[in-house]
Design a protein around this ligand. Structure first.
Ligand code: SF4
Length: 376
């Protein structure tokens, strides 16, 4: 029996007209009609301001709508224009972002606002090529902003849309192995009379009906045309990538106290994961090393001081995209030496009640909460 999956050996692959035959108008009209009735009311849909839409697009990468909304509101209240963001200092920007994760997004947004001021007089550019030059803006974000703000017919392909299109055509590959083809389909499907609504509708379809697990095909406007549904494969598609297991790292972390009751924190280097954020110092356990020995060694290497490792404060499990960490946190006492920023950008002694003023990654916020709990 012939496989219902899209056959890439077909002579017309990857021409979208072959696998989306004749029903384009029905797909567009069905989706727009469904969106008019069931589209979500979201704060960034109440505006045509490209800056506000841009902020929402960046926040929504990797983060769910309900988490984003309070961050979005706070951000625009504090930094209402591109010029305000461009002249803000990085610590303000990171503090506003604290808890959203993937902090490179905030640093790029900040840098891109400065680029807009420098090269476009503070007005968000309307040319796709110019938008793609801005830090942190890829093709789907550019399409999202230009279609939503200016109703330009530019396609999108975020994670939700990849899943919807992969099911619609019953793609036999993991979506990331057929990116060019999926872009062609998104472009081919786009309703050029209503690009704003069409792209928003496509995102909503992926977010609310064509969900990763148990898609609601029975009430989907595309169920008559969807190859996955027609072949009862909606729960098996998209084909998943085979991934190597995510490694776990054991980290020793020090809450170092001095004789004045202050705690030592350091600001991470700009480059790399969590760049520019503050943290409690520490590092990775070496094979066979105890947590206490690791903390002592790391603090000597990173800050050039001697400490005494004291009682255990908390253990925290946290997952980043490519690895899990276990943070083994201990109270420590500063014995000798002046702290040096050997492997960070800055070190500072702060009072415990000042910790909330600094932008920290999520796992470190849990340490602060544990300290506050203990102080009660
Ligand atoms: S019919 Fe089901 S699988 Fe197909 S697009 Fe709709 S929700 Fe997704």
């Amino acid at each position: 029996m012939k496989s219902p999956l899209l056959d890439r050996s077909h002579p017309d692959w990857p021409d979208p007209e072959w696998f989306l035959p004749l029903c384009l108008d029905q797909l567009r009209q069905g989706l727009l009609h469904w969106y008019a009735l069931h589209g979500r009311t979201l704060p960034w849909r109440q505006t045509r301001d490209p800056y506000a839409i841009w902020v929402s697009e960046i926040m929504l990468q990797q983060t769910q709508v309900k988490t984003v909304i309070p961050y979005y509101d706070r951000w625009l209240a504090q930094l209402p224009t591109i010029a305000d963001l461009a002249k803000a200092d990085q610590q303000t920007v990171l503090k506003l972002w604290q808890g959203l994760g993937y902090y490179a997004r905030a640093r790029n947004l900040h840098r891109a606002a400065q680029q807009v001021v420098q090269h476009h007089g503070g007005s968000f550019p309307t040319e796709l090529n110019q938008v793609l030059q801005l830090s942190g803006i890829g093709r789907t974000t550019a399409g999202g902003i230009l279609s939503a703000a200016f109703n330009q017919p530019i396609p999108i392909l975020d994670g939700n849309v990849k899943r919807v299109l992969s099911r619609l055509i019953a793609l036999e590959l993991p979506p990331n192995k057929a990116i060019n083809q999926l872009w062609q389909i998104s472009e081919h499907l786009l309703d050029r009379q209503h690009p704003r609504d069409f792209n928003q509708a496509l995102m909503d379809l992926g977010a609310t009906l064509c969900t990763p697990k148990q898609p609601a095909c029975l009430i989907c406007p595309w169920n008559q045309h969807c190859r996955a549904y027609q072949n009862n494969m909606q729960n098996e598609l998209p084909v998943s990538e085979t991934r190597a297991p995510i490694p776990r790292k054991q980290i020793g972390v020090a809450v170092i106290w001095n004789d004045c009751g202050q705690i030592l924190i350091d600001r991470r280097r700009q480059e790399g994961l969590l760049g520019g954020l503050w943290e409690f110092p520490g590092g990775k356990l070496e094979p066979g090393e105890t947590v206490e020995a690791c903390i002592q060694r790391e603090i000597r290497e990173e800050l050039g001081i001697e400490i005494e490792v004291g009682e255990h404060l908390i253990m925290i499990e946290h997952t980043y995209t490519h690895f899990h960490v276990t943070l083994n946190v201990h109270h420590c006492h500063h014995c000798s030496g002046e702290p040096q920023p050997i492997e960070c950008d800055e070190v500072r002694w702060v009072n415990p009640d000042e910790l909330n003023q600094f932008p920290f990654p999520k796992a470190n916020v849990t340490i602060i909460e544990a300290l506050q709990q203990q102080a009660k």
